[in-house]
Design a protein. Structure first.
Length: 194
């Protein structure tokens, strides 16, 4: 398998890590991404509050395309989100941001963070912690298999295609469930006869 063909490295070799400030509903400054803004692998940026963050703090905590953020504490500890085409934004202190270096595809690394290999390591760190969280040091000590760039790209494309197909079927199921609900109401209310 891929583990046999590819070297294993410490995750700290793959990225530069940092984490950060407080949210404001007032439209001032950049968007302020929090753990609670990441729902089911998605962020609705219109619902994300703002932050009065500027200058060197903004530069230090800015989110850019390809960054990955992690929940470092709470019920979602270890969950991650790959930043794609973000508005001007920074991340909150309960998130850890990793910026993947240019030798790796962020999409590949992001898929690793959904794997059992990743979660086994995260769960062992959580259970070994009095506060049940993950910090940047623990993240950087995780082991990740890193195949050559070409293989990372192929694997990423495979997962992207698979996820797109799943999304299509999930949407079909939602539409069919809604149709069933409407038909049930119409049948039981007498508006529709069989």
């Amino acid at each position: 398998g891929i583990r046999d063909r590819s070297p294993s490295r410490g995750l700290g070799d793959v990225y530069k890590r940092q984490y950060t400030d407080s949210a404001s509903e007032i439209i001032v400054g950049p968007k302020f991404l929090r753990i609670t803004d990441i729902q089911e692998g998605n962020v609705i940026w219109n619902n994300v509050p703002y932050c009065n963050c500027s200058g060197s703090d903004f530069e230090k905590y800015q989110l850019i395309d390809g960054d990955i953020v992690f929940a470092r504490t709470g019920a979602t500890t270890g969950k991650s989100y790959l930043i794609k085409n973000p508005p001007i934004a920074v991340f909150a202190s309960y998130l850890i941001r990793v910026r993947i270096n240019e030798l790796f595809y962020p999409e590949f690394v992001s898929h690793f963070f959904k794997s059992s290999m990743y979660w086994t390591q995260i769960n062992s760190h959580i259970s070994g912690s009095a506060q049940g969280g993950v910090n940047a040091k623990k993240l950087s000590s995780l082991k990740i298999v890193l195949p050559k760039l070409e293989e990372q790209l192929k694997i990423s494309k495979f997962f992207e295609n698979t996820e797109s197909t799943i999304e299509v079927y999930v949407n079909h199921v939602k539409k069919l469930s809604e149709l069933k609900r409407k038909l049930t109401l119409e049948l039981l209310s007498g508006k529709l006869n069989i």
